[in-house]
Ligand binder design. Structure first.
Ligand code: SF4
Ligand code: MSK
Length: 635
């Protein structure tokens, strides 16, 4: 029997509408795909060459090797690390794009952009040892962009990437260098993974996995630069009181949904739309233009512009089923191709904007940094035209939205803590971890997946951990789940936090000028912003003089699905964190791969994977790990 599709009230309401209107969604296609291929589920099918496809019989009766002789361990490891390479490629392309834009800004070639947080850029330059003192801000931008782009071009394998080496504890850097998994060049590492997994190359599963870990750390490097340079260009997020869920759409407005990941486009659309409000009103939209976010672009614009978040990954199609979205403007990653098909049933314009990300049936407006203002203007004009076509067609905007306090960048969090202790902002957190008021910190990341009830794993595990006084951070579609379902509120802190955690969140919240506690879940941004949490964790580790694998920190991707999530989970392990996945990964056809990732990794890296699909049991396991870590520290 199928499990419940979602716990999101808006999504449930709109699924009924979709059913009545005969619109197929991700959940329908998931059901139609059943039963899933057993070989694929185990990861033992291989399509790497045309002698195949080959598959290994898990019961031992049929073939145990592919035509070339690769066994299940080789096949599973190869498939897995190719996912890590794809994740690293996606994130680091995003990082490169931002770095190139920073270079254009330094050379006055990108009039739509400026350096909004100059202090942050100077701090980045210091971190990268670029001696910014006395230099002009554009010179600093040029040097930071160049040092960042060096991480894509360095040929000396013994010199680690700047953004990896300068953002970890020294002990971790040494450990990763000794293991031979520290990336020196993101592009080279991704290329190596593709090369070593070609037919007839690396067949040793452990060696393959080490190559994959290097790729995952290249992913970390690309993410780190993307986040930090975005802050320099667009401003470092500070807490905002926003709202989330599909009730943020407005019937009498031109609704523009920004979806994807890269803030280069969405930032400019937000700026341009303000000046086009009157045009929208003239077209009959009494409330002018209403911009909302979906997925991680949604998280980006929520944190920097207080734009409400409409929904997260899994229910993106349902935004269109409201009939109220006039334009869905997308950039890169996590955009279901089905949105263009669904838009045929409505007046909605789906607008793709990136040359390497087009969707049949969508309108393409090529976005370029040099012409960003005109490009953004064209997208808003198309949205206004689409609104006119909407006319009096009925809309189904669910009456569900939640307050969501978002925008806890590392700087914002440390800024709030500094109100309690200006000289030593981390001391309040550390003292409270030591005395047990906070038992540990859990970071929730990752996607939505129809294999799980949407948002349920996030909500169940987080509430359970918070009750046990575990502080909760979130990024990506985890942020979306918590925002939509009311855990980014002060009320949630009152309702679900254990006494110790509640006391700390209240003390910090009041010191930071809120009239009550911080929200139960601290929104740290999009999935690429997961490095913000690493930033805080490394600061705590450095302060205590221990590495991350000693601290009571855990990560969880309870509804993971994407290659990016595979890469993030793996670098989380490589950094030393016990990392939970709530979806059975496609690796169980190899006992050696499973053993390496869940056991051997613990000895080699301190971090390891925990697979548990039951959210209640997962919460117990994560809390047990936190207690074990506390014991290890003697607290
Ligand atoms: Fe089969 Fe080997 Fe080719 Fe894979 S690489 S498809 S296992 S022959
Ligand atoms: S959008 S990678 S579904 S977090 Fe960043 Fe969400 Fe996962 Fe995409």
């Amino acid at each position: 029997m199928s499990h419940q599709k979602t716990i999101d009230a808006s999504a449930n309401e709109l699924l009924e509408v979709a059913k009545k209107e005969g619109i197929e969604t991700v959940w329908d296609r998931y059901e139609a795909m059943k039963p899933h291929c057993g070989f694929g589920e185990l990861g033992v099918c291989c399509r790497l060459c045309w002698k195949g496809p080959c598959r290994i019989d898990p019961f031992g009766n049929g073939p145990q090797r592919g035509v070339c002789g690769a066994d299940a361990h080789t096949i599973v490891a190869r498939n897995l690390i190719r996912m890590m390479a794809a994740g690293a490629a996606a994130h680091s392309e995003h990082g490169r794009h931002i770095a190139l834009c920073l270079l254009e800004v330094a050379d006055d070639h990108a009039p739509a952009y400026s350096i909004k947080d100059k202090d942050k850029l100077r701090r980045i330059a210091e971190r990268l040892h670029l001696a910014p003192e006395g230099k002009d801000i554009k010179q600093i931008a040029r040097e930071v962009a160049t040092a960042t782009l060096d991480d894509f071009s360095r040929q000396q394998a013994s010199i680690p990437c700047n953004w990896a080496k300068e953002t970890m504890t020294e002990e971790r850097v040494d450990r990763l260098v000794q293991l031979g998994v520290m990336p020196h060049n993101i592009d080279a590492v991704v290329t190596q993974i593709m090369g070593r997994t070609h037919v007839g190359c690396d067949a040793d599963p452990v060696n393959l996995l080490l190559g994959g870990i290097k790729g995952a750390l290249a992913d970390y490097t690309g993410m780190y630069m993307a986040t930090e340079l975005s802050d320099a260009l667009f401003g470092t997020p500070q807490p905002v009181i926003s709202s989330a869920n599909l009730g943020v759409l407005k019937e009498d407005a031109v609704n523009i949904a920004l979806h994807g990941h890269n803030p280069l486009l969405s930032e400019v659309v937000c700026d341009v739309a303000i000046g086009m409000n009157e045009e929208a009103k003239k077209a009959g939209a009494k409330e002018g233009i209403n911009i909302v976010g979906i997925c991680c672009t949604g998280n980006e614009v929520m944190m920097r512009h207080n734009i409400p978040l409409a929904t997260n990954y899994l229910s993106q199609e349902l935004a269109l089923v409201t009939g109220a979205v006039d334009a869905l403007v997308v950039d890169v990653q996590c955009i279901m191709p089905s949105v263009a098909k669904i838009s045929e049933c409505y007046h909605t314009e789906v607008i793709t904007t990136m040359a390497e990300n087009k969707i049949p049936g969508a309108t393409h407006i090529q976005f370029q940094e040099k012409t960003a203002l005109e490009d953004a203007r064209k997208t808003v004009e198309l949205a206004i035209e689409a609104f006119k076509k909407r006319g009096s067609s009925p809309v189904h905007i669910p009456n569900h939205k939640q307050t969501a306090i978002a925008g806890f960048s590392a700087e914002a969090l440390i800024g709030a803590l500094s109100k309690l202790n200006a000289e030593d902002p981390l001391k309040p957190i550390i003292d409270n971890i030591v005395d047990g008021s906070i038992q540990g910190i859990a970071l929730f990341v990752g996607c939505g997946n129809p294999r799980a009830t949407q948002d349920n794993n996030f909500m169940t595990i987080a509430k359970e951990l918070a009750r046990n006084n575990v502080m909760i951070l979130a990024t990506g579609c985890a942020s979306g789940a918590f925002a939509k379902n009311g855990l980014m509120t002060q009320e949630a802190t009152e309702a679900y936090a254990g006494d110790g955690l509640k006391g700390v969140l209240t003390a910090v919240g009041q010191a930071a000028g809120l009239e009550g506690p911080l929200p139960l879940v601290l929104h740290m941004g999009s999935c690429v912003d997961t490095t913000r949490a690493a930033n805080v964790a490394v600061a705590i580790a450095d302060k205590l003089g221990v590495d991350l694998d000693k601290l009571p920190l855990v990560a969880s991707a309870p509804e993971a699905m994407s290659e990016k999530a595979v890469a993030i989970g793996t670098w989380s392990v490589a950094l030393g964190l016990p990392t939970h996945i709530g979806i059975t990964p496609q690796i169980t056809g190899s006992s050696e791969v499973v053993k390496f990732l869940t056991e051997t990794a613990k000895e080699a890296l301190g971090g390891y994977f925990i697979v548990e699909t039951d959210p209640v049991k997962a919460a117990d396991k994560l809390f047990d790990v936190i207690k074990e870590r506390r014991q290890g520290l003697g607290i």
